[in-house]
Every structure is written in structure tokens, then in C-alpha cells.
Design a protein. Structure first.
Length: 743
């Protein structure tokens, strides 16, 4: 069967109380030694791509044939009031009229017949009063469609981006707020703003401009279409360049203030394709774009390559979001020197690239000016939820082979990028500063030309690494990871220490609390083992509290505590279905000094000569176990069935005590030490689907499986022993079970 497609292909186009036409051809060829071409010809043409008409109005399309033809409708299509003409010979224009629609959306088929040829024309109509957004084609599906004059995409409107569409030098493409542009899946629709042209895409908070996939919702995926490319005349470090992605457009020049227009309140989703190896179209690609361009409030979601990539240029931007990116969230190259403030990236843990996905990837190349961009107030959230027990799942929905996550910040090849005041969390590696390709990246960091300042890094498997490392299925270099961290901060005293004896009179002896800490650690990690060892030393100074002794009230200021200890965590994970983890902690936490307290009577008056020395120097801090250990097992014996078991042990746990109970020198003794104890907990879960949309999980937990008797908490007594202590027992065996649904 040979098929001919007219302007409408085989799609039904909706109109407001309206209709559209599509056509396909069923050629009937006789049997024999081979197909015979029919002598008759038949085409349906010039049906509009979009139209909004009122009930009773009409729409037209053309029939072209070299013989007689007829048009018939089905018996249930009485709402099509007329077809003029319904038959004819040669070429003719057809006018179809519809009646008012009070019933709801409906459609039917018109059959156009010429000898042994037929065309099926689908007519669709929506209910009266229902608003239908007009759909217009932008481009012709080729790779060289050019917009040479100013054009405006109007709201309300949906525009099908067919093929590669270039806005030529001197032309401006204006996109009104609320417009939707659908990148064509088959032709990988891409919009290219060339040097000397402009895009004015000024959306709003209520009416953002949306670039999305032509696929129906639910079937959209990263890489469905190309993306948005903007080329400018600002400097880069290589002169005139051809932008990546195969589109052939040039970028670069000598105008730092070049203006390529406005991109504001814009969402770009399901774009990004690898046209050639190392030549991709990103969600938003900026080539030598100048500082006269306005870019803010832009979200790139589910890009099939990078979310944002800047090849040189000087443009700055604010309020950028990268969500569920395939490769890198923010990629900077070729001497990019703009400033980015307020940026967020959130990774899908199941989507990563074979090149190893990063939050930032920055290259400076070998030529000056180097990349000197500045980022501030950035939040990067990677795929790692448990650094000690993490398995890279980036290949489950990402690249089919070798997909993996790498670093929050991968800085290399002479970049001089700086990032300030940012939160960076949950990547396999926090920061890689790499001297690859004979570069001086690490030297630039030592000279203060590359800066990572006032940034918090947390939840990494490994904080720092000198170079990219790929071996044994991991990006982490097993040579180890040592780190020294120190900190100092102050905080205001608690309310009851600030005011005297629960009154509104201020306490002149209240002090600002101070905390100073230092920690030294070492980590070893590969694709099977992850071991972390830390030692810490912390001073908590000038802590305050209020306590009672008899009928008197004591305001205590200047309490000093010293905490120090060693911690070890280890995970053994030979496969994604089995892991064994262990931890141990040994601490020594004491009150460091004796302290004086001021006494107040029941009337809240200061008791003259009522100061009391509290003898607590060297006494261990109570109410927290200072030696702990744990062993855990996680196992998936069958698909979607997980079993878990944990053993937790607590020791060196002293009863809580009142400092005001240590008023005599002979009272300088530890509180009663509670008996050591351990408990066993077990877990089971089973995940299953209910239909196509509902994911369900059955789970069950048993805590304290062995029904162990233990003292969980205690208050020290006069004898500092079990007889005089007030004790609180922990729970016996308990269990929970439940069923969770995710829609």
C-alpha cells in the first residue's frame, strides 16, 4: 500500500466549535507480477493548520485530481450540514459547514474517492464555548528553514517547531507570554538565534513561555527534540567558532555588550540531543552571548544533554533551575565570564550520562582569556541519599552503558571559575580540581584565581579528588580521601539564662555561648568498600542554664564541656542486592570546670552571699551513650523483596544529673552508669504495581525482636547508684506493618 500525505498528514486538528482535516490514501493495486500505478491521481491540500470559527461557519480545503471524484460522510455525521461541492472533476475547492455543537466533542470522517483512490479526511469539533488553542507550524521539517523578517508568536497559541529553524541576522522573533512551542520529535525541532538576530521571549510568573516535546504527556523523554540555541557577538577565547550540535551557526566577536534579546520566565523541557560525539544540542545553549542580553527565571527540565552550556560570552543570568538533567547542569567553556546568581539543580538518581554527570563542569582551555565566570547562591542536590550505602543507578533511565554520576564540581583545563555562598550536597564526589591537558587549574586555585568560598558541602561519598578517575565501575579514586575541618561559632544564651529567676529582669552574668571544633578524617572508597574514619575534639564554652535546689533558684553561667572521640563507618556492597554496614563510636564527654552559680529566693530576690560553687570538673556528661556500635544487613533475595536487620549497641551511658546536686567537693563523682545493652530490629518490604499508574509497597518492621529489657534513660540519685536512680525502661518488642501507595 502506497501512502500519500497532504498538508495535514494523518493528524486530526481541533478548532473552537471547529474542525480540521487530515488525509491518507489507500491505493488498491491489482494482483499479478507486481504493483501497477493507478492512472488516476488524488490529493487533498490546503487544509489550514489551525482555525477558530463559530458554529455555522465554514472551512475549506482543496481536492486535486485528474478524474471525477466524490465526497461522502457517514450516517452519524448529521451535524455536518453541507459539503459544497460533494462531487466534481479535476481540481476544486471544498467548503464544509457544521452545525452548533451542544453535545460535546465529536468527530467523523469524510471519504474522498476518485476511481480506485481514496482519501480519509477527519473532521473534529469541540463543544460550544470550549476554547481551543490554535496550532501553527513553525518550520518545514528541514534543516535550513530561515526566518528573515520580524515575527511574533501570539498568545494563545501552540507552535509546532518542525526541523531546524534559524532566525537570521537582522530579524527578531518575539514570543508572547503563555505561548507553547512543541519541538517536533521526528525532525528534532531546534530553534537557533543567529548572530545579529534577537529573541524576545518575555514570559511572566502566571504565563511562562514553554518549550516542550511534541510527544503526548506521559510519553515525553529527554532528547525528544533539539533545544534553544542563541549565538552572539561577544568575545570568547578562540575567535569565531561554530556552535556545537551540527547546526552550523557561527558565534563570537568583539562586542562584550552584544544584545541577543530576552529569555525570561521560560521553561525548556525534554530537549537536548547528541547530534555527534562531543557535539550536542543542550536545553539552552549560549554561544558568545553578550551582556546586553537579559536571561532570568529559566528552568531546563529533563534535558538529554546539559541543561545550560555557555561557550564564551559575557551574559549574566539569575534564577536558573536545572531539573533531572542527563549530563551536566551548568557547563562553562571558552572563556565565559558572566555572573550567575540564584541557581538550583536537582538530579534524578536514575538518569546519568556515559560521560559521567556533574553539577558543574568548567573548562578554561589553553588560550586566554580563561573562563572566569562567577556563581553565587547556588544549591546543587545530587543523587546520593546515603553516602555510606550508595549505588549509582544512573543507567536505569539514562545512558544504556557506562552511565554514572561523578562530581558536584568538576573544574579543569585552566578554568578560573568561582562559586560563593552555596550549598552543595549528595554527589559521589564533592569537588574535583584537575590539571588535565597540561593545564594549571590547581595552581590557579592556590593563587586565589579559582575560588570555592563560603560553601557547604555535605552528604558526599568523597569530598575532594585531584583528578577524574574511571575504573572498576566507579568514579571514586580508592587512593583515599583525607580532610581536616575546623569551625567556630557563637550563639545567644537560652531565654531562661538571659532573664533572672524566671522574671523579666535581665541576668548580668549571662554569656554568649561559644563552640569551637576540629575534625580530622580519612576515607577509602571503591566500588565495593566505603570506609570512613574520623576523630573530633569540641569545646562548648559558657553554656548557661537555670536549676532549682530546694526552694532556691540558681542561674548558672559559664558551664564548659569538652567532647572528643573517634568514629568509624564501613560499608561492604558487592552488588546492588546485598550490603553490609557497620559503625562504631568511642567518646569521652566531660564537664571541664567547676562553676559558680547565683541563687535567688522564692520572691526572685538575689540571696546575698548565696553564690554556690558547683563541683563538676571532670564529671562525665549524662543522658547520652558515649560508646555505640551497630551492624546492619540489607538484602534483596528476590526482585522487589527486601529484607533488613540491624543490631544497635549502647554503652558508657551515664544518668542525667542536676549540676546543683554537686555542691560539695565530695560530690565530684560521675552519675550512675547505666547497664550496657543492645537491640535487634528487622524489616521486610515488597514493592509491586497496581495497573500502570500506581506503585505500592508493603512493609513490616519489628523493633527489639528479642524483647530485651534495658534502661533507656535515668535521673541520678543521691547515692549515684542503681538504688537511688530514677530509671525509665525502653520499649519491649513492638511491630508495625503498612501498605503505601504512590500515584
Amino acid at each position: 500500500m502506497k501512502k500519500y500525505f497532504g498538508i495535514l498528514a494523518a493528524a486530526s486538528l481541533l478548532f473552537a466549535t471547529a474542525f480540521a482535516a487530515t488525509s491518507c490514501n489507500d491505493d488498491k493495486t491489482p494482483g499479478g507480477t507486481g504493483p501497477e500505478e493507478p492512472t488516476a491521481t488524488l490529493e487533498v491540500k490546503n487544509a489550514p493548520a489551525s482555525s477558530i470559527i463559530a458554529d455555522g461557519d465554514e472551512v475549506t480545503f482543496d481536492v486535486e485530481s485528474n478524474t471525477e471524484w466524490t465526497i461522502t460522510k457517514s450516517a452519524d455525521a448529521a451535524w455536518i450540514t453541507s459539503i459544497e461541492p460533494a462531487n466534481g472533476e479535476g481540481n476544486g475547492q471544498i467548503t464544509v459547514t457544521v452545525a452548533a455543537n451542544e453535545e460535546g466533542s465529536r468527530s467523523t470522517a469524510l471519504i474522498v474517492t476518485a476511481e480506485n483512490l481514496t482519501k480519509t479526511v477527519t473532521i473534529s469539533q469541540v463543544a460550544k464555548g470550549e476554547v481551543v488553542v490554535p496550532v501553527t507550524n513553525l518550520g518545514d521539517g528541514s534543516k535550513d528553514f530561515k526566518i528573515t523578517e520580524n515575527m511574533t508568536l501570539t498568545y494563545p497559541g501552540i507552535y509546532n517547531l518542525l526541523g531546524w529553524v534559524y532566525v537570521s541576522d537582522g530579524a527578531t522573533l518575539t514570543i508572547e507570554p503563555g505561548v507553547i512551542i512543541k519541538g517536533d520529535f521526528r525532525s528534532k525541532g531546534t530553534l537557533i538565534i543567529e548572530r545579529g538576530s534577537k529573541i524576545v521571549a518575555q514570559g511572566s510568573e502566571d504565563l511562562p513561555i514553554v518549550f516542550t516535546s511534541s510527544q503526548v504527556p506521559g510519553n515525553r523523554l529527554p532528547g525528544d527534540w533539539g533545544g534553544l540555541i542563541v549565538c552572539g557577538k561577544a568575545p570568547n577565547n578562540k575567535g569565531e567558532l561554530t556552535i556545537e550540535g551540527g547546526v552550523g551557526s557561527l558565534h563570537g566577536g568583539n562586542d562584550p555588550a552584544d544584545n541577543s534579546g530576552v529569555i525570561s520566565y521560560v521553561r525548556i523541557e525534554f530537549a537536548g540531543i547528541e547530534y555527534l560525539v562531543d557535539s550536542e544540542i543542550n536545553g539552552l545553549t549560549l554561544g558568545s552571548v553578550g551582556s546586553g542580553t537579559k536571561i532570568d527565571h529559566v528552568q531546563v527540565s529533563h534535558s538529554g544533554d546539559d541543561a545550560f552550556e555557555m561557550f564564551g560570552g559575557t551574559v549574566s543570568a539569575k534564577n536558573l533551575v536545572a531539573f533531572g538533567t542527563w549530563d551536566d547542569d551548568f557547563d562553562t567553556d571558552n572563556g565565559y565570564s558572566g555572573k550567575i546568581q540564584y541557581a538550583l539543580s536537582v538530579r534524578n538518581p536514575r538518569v546519568a550520562d556515559k560521560s559521567a554527570s556533574n553539577g558543574f563542569e568548567s573548562d578554561g582551555d589553553q588560550t586566554e582569556p580563561f573562563t572566569t565566570c562567577v556563581f553565587a547562591n547556588v544549591s546543587l542536590f545530587g543523587p546520593v541519599t546515603n553516602p555510606a550505602n550508595y549505588t549509582d543507578l544512573g543507567g536505569e533511565e539514562g545512558s544504556p552503558t557506562d552511565a554514572r554520576f561523578q562530581a558536584a564540581l568538576h573544574l579543569r583545563r585552566n578554568t578560573q571559575l568561582s562559586i560563593y555562598n552555596s550549598l552543595i550536597a549528595a554527589f559521589p564526589i564533592g569537588l574535583i580540581i584537575e590539571n588535565d591537558e597540561n593545564s594549571s587549574t590547581r595552581e590557579f586555585a592556590e593563587q586565589g584565581l579559582l575560588n570555592v568560598t563560603n560553601c557547604v558541602m555535605a552528604g558526599m561519598q568523597k569530598n575532594y579528588q585531584d583528578a577524574q578517575y574511571w575504573a572498576d565501575g566507579t568514579v571514586i579514586n580508592p587512593d583515599g580521601n583525607d580532610a581536616f575541618v575546623s569551625g567556630y561559632f557563637t550563639r545567644a544564651p537560652f531565654f531562661n539564662s538571659t532573664f533572672v529567676s524566671y522574671t523579666i529582669k535581665t541576668n548580668p552574668e549571662a554569656k554568649v555561648e561559644r563552640v569551637a571544633t576540629a575534625e580530622l578524617g580519612y576515607q577509602f572508597a571503591n566500588n565495593v568498600f566505603n570506609v570512613t574514619f574520623n576523630g573530633y575534639y569540641t569545646l562548648w564554652l559558657d553554656k548557661g542554664m537555670t536549676r532549682t535546689l530546694g526552694t532556691d533558684i540558681y542561674n548558672i553561667s559559664g558551664l564548659n564541656a569538652r567532647h572528643m572521640g573517634l568514629e568509624l563507618e564501613a560499608t561492604y556492597r558487592p552488588s546492588t542486592r546485598f550490603s553490609l554496614k557497620a559503625m562504631g563510636s568511642i567518646g569521652d564527654w566531660i564537664w571541664r570546670d567547676d562553676v559558680d552559680a547565683s541563687a535567688y529566693d522564692e520572691a526572685h530576690n538575689l540571696i546575698e552571699d548565696g553564690d554556690q560553687t558547683l563541683f563538676i570538673a571532670g564529671v562525665h556528661v549524662g543522658n547520652s551513650a558515649q560508646i555505640t556500635a551497630a551492624l546492619g544487613l540489607d538484602w534483596e533475595p528476590f526482585k522487589n523483596v527486601r529484607l533488613g536487620a540491624d543490631y544497635n549497641w549502647f554503652g558508657k551511658n551515664f544518668a542525667d544529673f542536676q549540676p546543683t546536686s554537686r555542691t560539695q567537693i565530695q560530690d565530684k563523682v560521675d552519675a550512675w552508669q547505666m547497664p550496657d545493652y543492645g537491640t535487634v530490629d528487622v524489616q521486610v518490604s515488597y514493592r509491586f504495581n497496581i495497573g500502570d499508574k500506581i506503585r505500592a509497597t508493603f512493609y513490616g518492621n519489628v523493633n527489639n525482636l528479642l524483647d530485651t529489657w534495658y534502661i533507656a534513660d535515668a535521673r541520678d540519685g543521691k547515692g549515684h547508684d542503681a538504688r537511688s536512680a530514677l530509671v525509665y525502661y525502653g520499649f519491649g518488642r513492638t511491630w508495625t506493618a503498612g501498605l503505601k501507595f504512590n500515584f
